[in-house]
Design a protein around this ligand. Structure first.
Ligand code: MD3
Ligand code: FE
Length: 216
């Protein structure tokens, strides 16, 4: 990558357009990492991480919890948003203000002003955990973007197209990266390859991903 002065950017450009509507803001969450990780711990103290079961009867390798007005859940009956945690029967913890502020700022920088998420799915990957190719289509308004925040160990993200059979690109997502998925890419197929083992100073042997959505 070379700028107009002929200088290189050893860490790559801060902003990378992946596809129409899909923008990576490299390192955008770094300044907030301590607040974000403290908020994840506070949410998980009220609504512990758990590995949910899919409608097909498989236990997911990724452990999940939620905060906000609604949380994404799966069980033998299907995928849906629930106002309460099925494990405790209580409402999900409130959306931390650091999540709201980062999501709104990132969405605006990517061209989606006025984003106010009401749901945050928190995914925790341990070595070997993966997310197979899927679409996010349990939300009401696909005109709303999704903001994802990667923390801890790096992962290889797969980004396809509108059809499951479309070719996929591999994109490395690292600690502090924020991605905004809106417009034409909102319904693109995507997944995460099995997490490679490693140790990260901020999270240990795990990767945390926040997925902020307007679900309702
Ligand atoms: C592309 N999470 O929770 S975030 C998910 O890293 C999910 O944990 C992944 O996919 C993770 O549903 C990927 C990136 C992401 C999120 C939503 C998208 C990419 C997307 C929606 C449309 C297209
Ligand atoms: Fe997804």
């Amino acid at each position: 990558m070379t700028d107009l002065f002929g200088d290189t950017e050893p860490l790559g450009p801060a902003r990378e357009d992946l596809a129409p509507g899909a923008v990576v803001l490299h390192g955008r969450a770094l300044a907030l990492q301590d607040d974000l990780l403290a908020a994840v711990d506070a949410v998980a103290a009220e609504a512990p991480f758990r590995r949910m079961v899919t409608p097909g009867g498989f236990r997911m390798s990724v452990a999940m919890t939620n905060c906000g007005t609604a949380g994404w859940v799966t069980d033998r009956k299907g995928y849906r948003y629930s106002p309460t945690d099925p494990e405790t029967g209580k409402p999900w913890p409130a959306m931390p203000s650091a999540f709201l502020r980062l999501a709104a700022a990132a969405a605006a920088e990517a061209g989606f002003p006025g984003f106010v998420p009401d749901a945050c799915l928190i995914n925790r990957y341990e070595p070997g955990a993966r997310l197979s190719l899927h679409q996010d289509r349990d939300e009401r308004d696909f005109g709303q973007p999704i903001v994802s925040v990667s923390l801890g160990l790096p992962a290889t993200f797969q980004f396809g197209g509108q059809k499951r059979a479309d070719p996929v690109r591999k994109v490395a997502l690292r600690h502090g990266d924020v991605v905004v998925w809106g417009g034409p890419s909102r319904l693109f197929f995507h997944g995460v390859l099995a997490l490679k083992d490693g140790e990260h100073p901020a999270t240990g042997r795990t990767r945390i991903n926040l997925t902020l959505r307007k679900a309702l």
